[in-house]
Write a protein that binds this ligand. Structure first.
Ligand SMILES: Cc1ncc(CO)c(N)n1
Length: 218
């Protein structure tokens, strides 16, 4: 059994909960409030910058040069999307350039940065995989279900993650993770599963926190 099959079994119930989150249901219907989308966009721009740094760190820790290249391309991809948000949605929605990360956003990005720097590189790769895989599946799900996509104000955003370019990166990330897992001990594979599950939960929390417009209590 491939590592990613085991990983999927582990997170399947979390994935159902992600699909059913009010944020994603309303995004799909196009009824999500501007305020919530704006909050999400600002937090996601912060997230993408830190995610890019984590991917870059992983790139430098890889042995295989094809994998160094793949992760450095993923890193630039994340920063390119961050820049596009700044030039597109930030201007349209009136989001300030300096963003204070919400508690959940800080928790998630710090989790990724810590794993990428201090865990075995196999675990680091497993920790970033949900950022690819979950977004692809959520993007595809929303894309396939929504009626009259032309009318959805969030069409551009949905297209980013249901598109061909992102699909290629996701397939590559999945393949690399399986290659690394094949050469890892049972114990290391289990550690990879734990990191993968934790990141999946953090993805759930990220959408949930945006819907709640999460604030610092102090
Ligand atoms: C929180 C989050 N996870 C994953 C992605 C896609 O890489 C994104 N844009 N935002």
């Amino acid at each position: 059994m491939k590592w990613t099959d085991k990983a999927w079994t582990r997170i399947a119930p979390h994935f159902d909960r992600i699909i059913n989150l009010p944020f994603n249901q309303e995004l799909l219907q196009g009824s999500l409030s501007k305020e919530r989308f704006k909050f999400y966009m600002a937090q996601d721009a912060y997230y993408l910058g830190e995610f890019g740094k984590a991917l870059s760190t992983i790139s430098g820790r890889m042995k295989d040069l094809d994998q160094v290249l793949a992760f450095s391309q993923f890193a630039s991809g994340a920063i390119v999307v961050e820049r596009a948000l700044h030039e597109g949605y930030f201007k349209v929605l009136g989001i300030p350039d300096q963003i204070e990360p919400s508690p959940t956003c800080l928790l998630y990005t710090n989790f990724l940065l810590t794993k990428s720097a201090y865990s075995n590189v196999e675990v680091a790769v497993a920790a970033v995989l949900p950022c690819f895989w979950i977004y692809k599946l959520v993007g595809d799900h929303i894309y396939s279900l929504q009626d009259g996509i032309g009318d959805n104000p969030y069409k551009n955003w949905i297209d980013t993650y249901a598109g061909e370019d992102f699909a290629k990166s996701v397939a590559q990330a999945i393949e690399i993770t399986n290659q690394l897992a094949e050469n890892s001990s049972e114990a290391l594979q289990e550690e990879m599963l734990e990191a993968f599950e934790m990141a999946t939960k953090l993805e759930w929390m990220f959408w949930d926190s945006a819907y709640r417009l999460e604030k610092w209590e102090i």
